[in-house]
Design a binder for this molecule. Structure first.
Ligand code: CMX
Length: 436
């Protein structure tokens, strides 16, 4: 085996001790305050949870275990012939805090391959779903269908001690990561390719190349795009809807399958992961409206205002935490500049980058007028022939399993309790502050 479990286990005593010390030393300190406005306002900016695997800076963007995206691109192991990092390597980094060696990643791939065979019951469950059900709904149902394999649920039923939870959570997470690409590829092939399937080759190929092959793509540059895509979407600290849903549901000791399915349901919302689908639709719509006109700053500005004036958001722009261009946008832009600089749609996306922030700033409502990760991904997928935008968020979901599951293993290892914040009613607030 890869030794991943051993390396994680070796880190545990010191990490548990560190958390104990921090709690003893700073337990009474205020992390942040919560105003009434924040309680009504989606708890924005309230520091009220810990999350070890990644941290989001409002300006510099995401850091995975302290490493920026460009650092991860440089340091994480590459597949043979590829130049982007492998998401398997990121899982290792998020879980252990260490950059894995090539050898460790080869061994992890074997660990995953040993768990990759989809149970027939999962295949049957997917096959029973309506072909026109949204791919994200199919994906969430499929993950629930996978839950019969949960070691954590089986062990809990037998009365396992709390100290063993993380081991079962790790085992379930490995099963999920091993099987998710095939589950996702099946959903793609049945929804858009007439239900013809390409077998998995998890033993030979890295996760991204195997996933690409199962979807029906056979282009080394697309493999690299998948590696980049699955790496950059993996984790975005703990408060976003998908990561927080995984953490919340997992805190009831629901196993990783149940927890991830909940996270995927959150990712399926248009203000979160579904925005990548919405971006492509919005761009197609802009192109249709432009007709024969060449897009320029002037006509695009007008069309952006049309979107805003009709009460809709401009998808792919804005963020709850970020206050600058998302580095996940920037590294996709760099990939596009390298591989598809002359693509018309990429040029349009680039032009929108010059137009939208100005329009949104003038609009005056948004706290962040800059693009997020979703503003860019669809254009590149489309360029390589993955044109079915309804499917885009499933790719996001395959990736988003990586971070929140690594974090969930830590939650169980650190023995975090069930989440249960206190809520108050509007009349409680009125009574409470009336005589102040
Ligand atoms: N277009 C138009 N209006 C926008 C906007 C956008 N792109 N982004 C924010 N606003 C509006 C909000 O709807 C809000 O309006 P109201 O006061 O009428 O409710 C106001 O500006 C203030 O919002 P904010 O504090 O700047 O942003 P939030 O933290 O509330 O929301 C987000 C963040 C991402 C949901 C929001 O920017 C948005 O809806 N963006 C478009 C959808 C999108 O791209 N989502 C993907 C995010 C990344 C991901 O999770 O995948």
């Amino acid at each position: 085996t890869s030794g991943l479990k051993g390396i994680f286990a070796a880190k545990l005593p010191a990490a548990i001790e560190e958390v104990k010390e921090v709690r003893a030393k700073y337990g009474d300190k205020q992390l942040g305050t919560c105003t009434v406005a924040q309680a009504y306002g989606g708890m924005r900016g309230v520091k009220a949870m810990t999350y070890e695997t990644s941290h989001l800076d409002t300006v510099d963007g995401i850091r995975f275990r302290g490493y920026t995206l460009p650092e991860c691109q440089e340091l994480l192991p590459k597949a043979k012939g590829g130049s982007e990092p492998m998401p398997e390597g990121l899982f290792w980094l998020l879980l252990t805090g260490e950059i894995p060696t090539d050898k460790q990643i080869d061994a992890l791939r074997s660990d995953l391959a040993a768990r990759a065979k989809l149970p027939q019951t999962v295949i049957d469950a997917i096959d029973a779903l309506p072909l026109d059900m949204h791919p994200m709904s199919q994906f969430s149902v499929a993950i629930l269908a996978m839950q019969q394999q949960s070691v954590m649920a089986q062990e809990y039923a037998m009365g396992t001690p709390k100290s063993m939870f993380w081991e079962h959570c790790l085992e379930d997470s490995l099963i999920i990561l091993a099987q998710l690409p095939e589950v996702a590829a099946r959903i793609y092939r049945r929804s858009f390719k007439g239900g013809t399937y390409i077998p998995s080759n998890a033993g030979e190929l890295d996760m991204s190349a195997n996933f690409a092959r199962m979807m029906g793509f056979d282009d080394p540059v697309f493999d690299d795009l998948m590696r980049l895509y699955l790496t950059i979407h993996a984790d975005h600290e703990g408060g976003n809807v998908s990561a927080h849903a995984v953490r919340l549901v997992g805190s009831a000791l629901s196993d990783p399958f149940l927890s991830l399915s909940a996270g995927i349901n959150g990712l399926a919302g248009p203000l979160h992961g579904l925005a990548n689908q919405e971006v492509l639709r919005w761009i197609m719509n802009l192109m249709a409206k432009l007709g024969d006109k060449v897009p320029d700053k002037e006509n695009l500005t007008e069309l952006c205002w049309e979107t805003l004036n009709s009460g809709q958001v401009i998808p792919g722009y804005g963020h709850a935490v970020l206050r600058k261009t998302d580095p996940r946008y920037t590294c996709q832009r760099e990939f596009a500049l390298k591989h598809l600089p002359d693509d018309e749609m990429f040029k349009l996306v680039s032009l929108l980058y010059e137009v939208v922030p100005k329009v949104l700033s003038e609009h005056g409502k948004v706290k962040n007028p800059w693009p997020n990760v979703d503003a860019h991904s669809g254009v590149m997928l489309r360029y390589f022939g993955l044109t079915e935008e309804l499917y885009y968020t499933v790719l996001f979901g395959v990736s988003r399993a990586i971070g929140p599951l690594a974090s969930l293993i830590w939650d169980r290892a650190l023995g975090l309790p069930i989440e249960r914040p206190k809520s108050v009613t509007t009349s409680w607030i009125k009574n409470h502050f009336e005589n102040e």
